[in-house]
Ligand binder design. Structure first.
Ligand code: HAM
Length: 423
C-alpha cells in the first residue's frame, strides 16, 4: 500500500511554491527596511521552555504539543510557536548586552501543533514572525503592527481588519483577574470542564473558550479596560495615537485575550474580512510580553512581536482573488538538431547559465518540433537553434518568441549577443 502524507500537513509543489517564495522574499525585504535581522532557532526545544514560556494552562501546552522523549530520556517538543525560542536565545546568548538596542529579530519556519485540521488550520504550518526586545516605547508596538499590515498590503490584500486590546500590566491584570473570578465563580458549574479549571489558575482564558463562547456571562464579563492603571492606560492611548498617525485603522476589542499566556499591555490580531474566507479569519497575532525573558531565567526585558502563517496569507490572497505574478518564463531554450549540435549545447547551456540567464535544453532526445513545444511550456523568451550545419559554420539561430523574429549570429558572440538583449 502506498504511504500517504500525515494529516494536517501538505506538500507545496512547483506552481504553488513560487507564491511562498514571493511572500518570503517580500517579508525579508520589509525586515531589512525596518531593520529586523534573521534568527534561526532549532525546530525542537526542551519541553520546559514552552511550559514556562507559552503557559501550562493554554490549549497549546495542554492539548497541542508534539512532545516525545529522545533517546537520552529528555522531554523534547517540536516548537508550536517561535517567541519562546527567540527569547530563550536572547537570554542564553546575552543579547541584552548588545550595543544596539532594542534587539530586533525575525524568523521564518515550520511550527507544529496537534490541532484538528481544517481550512486554515494545519498541524505543520510556516510562521513568519518578528520580535523586538528591549524597548518599552509604544512606538515600537506601532512599528511591529505596521510591518505586518504593510506586508499584507504590499502583496495586494485590502480586506483587512486590525483589532487591538490592552491586557495591562501586572497590577491591572491582578485587579481584573479578581473581578473575573468574582464574576464567573457563582455560576462556574454551567461552564465546561476546562473553564472550571481555568477559574483559579487563569480566569482570563475563560474569555477565550470556544465552547462557552455564547454563555450570557461572557458578554457581561468585566472588561480589562476598566481595570487598567494609569501607566497601562497611558500606554494604550499612546499606541492608538501612533496607529492613527500611521493611518492604520483599528478597532478596540476588549474580548481579545490571545491564546498564549505571556501577553501584557498590547495584544492584537489582523483578520481577513474577505467574503468566503472561512471560519478561521485570523491571519496574524501578536502582542507584548514584558515578563517572558525573566520567566525563562533572564533579566527583566520588555518585548513585543507578532507571527503570521504563510498558509493563511495565501488563503487570504485567494479569497480576495489576487493572482501573484509568478512564472515569468526562462530566458533561453537551447534547441538542437543533430548529434554534434546536441553535444555542443551541454557547454553552451552552462555558459548561458554562468552569464546569469535561466536556460534549459532537451534531455529526452526529442524532435525539433517537440523541443519547441517544451520551450513554449517553459515560456522561453528566446529559443536558440543549433544544427550540425550551423555548428560547422560557427553560427546559431536565435528566435525571439514574442515577435517571431529570427536572427543568425556568430556562435562565439552568442553569449555577448544575449547579454545585449537583456540590457
Ligand atoms: P498565535 O496567535 O498562536 O501566536 O499564532 C500566530 C499566527 O500563526 C496565527 O495568527 C495564524 O496565522 C498562524 N497559525 C497558528 N496556528 C496555525 C495553524 N494550526 N495552521 C495555520 N496557521 C496557524 C503566536 O504564535 C505568537 N508566537 C505570536 C507572537 C510573536 N506574539 C508575540 N510575538
Amino acid at each position: 500500500m502506498a504511504i500517504s502524507i500525515p494529516r494536517g500537513t501538505q506538500d507545496i509543489l512547483p506552481g504553488e511554491i513560487e507564491k511562498w517564495q514571493l511572500i518570503e522574499q517580500k517579508a525579508r525585504e520589509l525586515c531589512e527596511k525596518y531593520q529586523y535581522q534573521e534568527i534561526r532557532t532549532p525546530i525542537f526545544e526542551h519541553t520546559d521552555l514552552f511550559l514556562r514560556g507559552v503557559g501550562d494552562t493554554t490549549d497549546i501546552v495542554q492539548k497541542e504539543m508534539y512532545t516525545f522523549e529522545d533517546r537520552g530520556g529528555r522531554s523534547i517538543t517540536l516548537r508550536p510557536e517561535g517567541t519562546a525560542a527567540v527569547v530563550r536565545s536572547f537570554v542564553e546568548k546575552k543579547m541584552f548586552g548588545y550595543a544596539n538596542q532594542p534587539v530586533k529579530l525575525y524568523y521564518m519556519g515550520p511550527m507544529f501543533r496537534y490541532e484538528r485540521p481544517q481550512a486554515g488550520r494545519f498541524r505543520q504550518f510556516v510562521q513568519f514572525g518578528i520580535e523586538a526586545l528591549g524597548s518599552n516605547d509604544p512606538a515600537i508596538d506601532a512599528e511591529v503592527i505596521s510591518l505586518a499590515m504593510n506586508l499584507y498590503k504590499e502583496m495586494g490584500l485590502r480586506k483587512l481588519k486590525l483589532i487591538i486590546n490592552s491586557l495591562g500590566d501586572k497590577e491591572s491584570r491582578t485587579a481584573h483577574r479578581e473581578a473575573l473570578v468574582n464574576h464567573f465563580k457563582p455560576r462556574i458549574g454551567e461552564f465546561c470542564h476546562d473553564c472550571q479549571n481555568r477559574l483559579e489558575k487563569n480566569p482570563l482564558r475563560i474569555l477565550d473558550c470556544k465552547q462557552d463562547r455564547d454563555h450570557e456571562l461572557m458578554k457581561s464579563a468585566p472588561s480589562i479596560l476598566e481595570y487598567l492603571n494609569d501607566y497601562s492606560k497611558a500606554y494604550f492611548e499612546k499606541l492608538q495615537k501612533y496607529l492613527t498617525q500611521l493611518d492604520i485603522p483599528f478597532e478596540v476589542d476588549t474580548n481579545l485575550v490571545r491564546g498564549l499566556d505571556y501577553y501584557n499591555h498590547t495584544a492584537f490580531e489582523i483578520m481577513s474580512n474577505a467574503e468566503g474566507f472561512g471560519a478561521i479569519t485570523t491571519l496574524c497575532g501578536g502582542g507584548r510580553y514584558n515578563g517572558l525573558a525573566e520567566e525563562i531565567g533572564g533579566p527583566e526585558t520588555p518585548g513585543i512581536g507578532f507571527a503570521l502563517s504563510i498558509e493563511r496569507f495565501i488563503a487570504a490572497l485567494k479569497a480576495e482573488g489576487i493572482e501573484l505574478e509568478i512564472n515569468e518564463g526562462i530566458d533561453c531554450y537551447l534547441a538542437s538538431l543533430g548529434d554534434e549540435a546536441k553535444d555542443y549545447t551541454v557547454s553552451l547551456l552552462q555558459q548561458l547559465r554562468l552569464a546569469g540567464f535561466s536556460a534549459e535544453r532537451d534531455y529526452l532526445d526529442r524532435k525539433i518540433k517537440a523541443q519547441f513545444k517544451a520551450a513554449d511550456r517553459l515560456k522561453a523568451k528566446y529559443v536558440a537553434i543549433l544544427g550540425d550545419d550551423e555548428l560547422k559554420n560557427n553560427k546559431i539561430n536565435v528566435k525571439n518568441m514574442a515577435t517571431g523574429e529570427q536572427e543568425e549570429i556568430a556562435l562565439e558572440s552568442f553569449i555577448q549577443y544575449f547579454q545585449g538583449l537583456k540590457q
